[in-house]
Design a protein around this ligand. Sequence first.
Ligand code: RFL
Length: 395
Amino acid sequence: MVILGAGPAGLLLGNLLHRNGVDCVVLERADRTRVETRARAGFLAANTVRILDRHGLAGGLHRHGRPHGVCEFRTAGGRFRLDYGSLGRGERHTVYPQQDLVTDLLTHYLGAGGRIGFETEALAVHDAGTTRPSVAVREADGRPGEWRARYVAGCDGRHGAARRSLPRGAVRHHRDHGVSWLGLLAEAPPSLDAVGYAVHERGFAGHMARTPEVTRYYLECERGTAAGARSDEQIWDELETRLYAAEYGALTRGRILHRGVVDFESDVIEPLRHGSLLLAGDAASLISPAAAKGANLAVLEAELLAQALTADLVHGDPGALERYSERALAHIRRAQRFSHWMIRLLHRTAAPGGESFFHEFLRYPLDESAADEALEALRTSRTRQDWFATYYVGV
Ligand code: RFL
């Protein structure tokens, strides 16, 4: 078994297969330091924690992660808080940086004797339609190489080799939401004891705790904005304006450690099985960070795929991999519907780039009054709040 990619999906899959006696190797383009320090997600769903618990992989997140169950919406009309941890199914997030989770999974995998090739870039998957697929790679020393296995798991993200190697017949349902966020990691303690979502005439702004010392902020920005275009000072001023700091309190400022622009796109590849090539995580579907679902889906799919591969390879159940695709797609579609709803809820400004290009987007999601009504319903209706809490924390 060859697993492409050492993100949350590939490493959880590797841990579970190795433990179930399936001979496997993980091939990872980056070096170990890069893998263990890439800051992305931070909000882990209750189900993600259950999965990691089930397999004894949650030690680090129980030691260092913090439960989180409140979000606050701010608009020109006022603010309201939702204690989502006591709504819906009563589930909370655990705030634990993705790079720490990846480090934990890698440590477990290597500690159990798992094999991984760092700085080994998969270039293409060949013969996926046969029972002996191969992966062409560039080895760490720059030389070409090849791996053969019964199955290849594409867990190498949205720009990986698995997606580039899909056979004809694979369908990619793609959607451009016409929104971009400047994602910021600030060396500053959180300024709110809640996730902050601010809807402002200048655009959306978000606040999410990561650790007691580091906070993630988001600023909606124009497509094509250069991440370094504004100084730290300008960014803090803009965050304070959009988060209505004059009314609700100043932000604790600090050095901006990292910036990156995320264009909101979502897609899903159907099906997730193409002969001997199987997809999981961002390689299977891309989801905007608006609802913090990507890493959680990656973990869920890795567990489902590990079960299916074990059923196939260890217990001789050939139908298991077909069922993997159907089951994972059902979860992906549900998460995407909720994420699309969040995007519409949080944005009011027209997408730069012109109506013609974003025509479909402008017609529906930027319907201001519908979005305002959705926010109002969230503020006032317990039924709506329960629905929100269930899908916000759930995957
Ligand atoms: P990853 O984590 O991208 O890992 C893929 C790995 O594959 C390697 N790779 C290759 N290896 C070999 N050959 C190749 N050709 C390769 N090409 C790539 C890469 O080096 C990498 O190590 O995919 P995975 O495992 O599917 O995990 C997906 C998640 O990382 C992603 O969905 C989340 O980070 C999304 N996301 C969030 N998700 C959440 O659940 N909660 C959050 O709060 C959250 N916040 C975020 C996010 C994503 C963000 N960005 C940067 C898009 C915040 C941001 C800003």
